[in-house]
Design a protein around this ligand. Sequence first.
Ligand code: IMP
Ligand code: MG
Length: 284
Amino acid sequence: MGARAEALEPRQARGPGCAAALPPCGRGRSGPPSHPPPTRSWPVTLPARSFPSRFPRRNMAGNREEAPDYGRGVVIMDDWPGYDLSLFTYPQHYYGDLEYVLIPHGIIVDRIERLAKDIMKDIGYCDIMVLCVLKGGYKFCADLVEHLKNISRNSDRFVSMKVDFIRLKSYRNDQSMDEMQIIGGEDLSTLAGKNVLIVEDVVGTGRTMKALLSSIEKYKPNMIKVASLLVKRTPRSDGFRPDYAGFEIPNLFVVGYALDYNEYFRDLNHICVINEHGKEKYRV
Ligand code: IMP
Ligand code: MG
């Protein structure tokens, strides 16, 4: 059986949901939102009737004991063995450097499609500034924006998006450094009054995201939401939870889908666990 996820602090509300804060953008909004805005207390406990018996309480390790908390995203338990690398294709130059596939590329993309739907339900009808946290967030951001565009085109929900990029650096080898460096991106003052959707690859300790949020909050955006593809269960977590989480993963250093180890492995489609040989080979 997998270890239970650690208890997580209530999430901080970061500004009003824009559906409440902004007038409808020209197309009137009728009735209450079909999905509650993610400003409620955390973790969310859904009533038992939300889980009809035909959906077994199953996660990626087959553990049926815990009730699912969909706010955590797809929960990958500590005893999830992953997929054998030989079942998938991946670049030859990484042969011998990886332990296993944690999340295949297809599942990543399918999950992002659903995140886009959730985001549209919560903050559709808004002008959004998507702030992609480089470099690790670029694949997630590109796929998320693509899905948001598709929903905008094909439904009565729409979102007008601008995309900006910021670059942060907080890791050397597989260790989080004390200092978070902002080493790129536009002047954050341009975010004043905007509805900002931060798109991040991984929340680990949460320190990077907290530091970024406090830098942005100084400029008084109208709303800030955070979407993170991955959230790690780590004892070093400061309790930060994103508004939208793709997958909750064990405390492992992962690479692929733009996540790197000293700039390597960004060109790997699947999210994989690096092995000791790989860590040694690309150590700086
Ligand atoms: P935190 O400050 O510990 O939350 O770290 C967040 C940042 O560290 C993320 O934006 C990532 O860029 C990087 N990071 C954390 N864990 C991993 C990992 O397993 N693989 C690659 N990068 C990671
Ligand atoms: Mg990152």
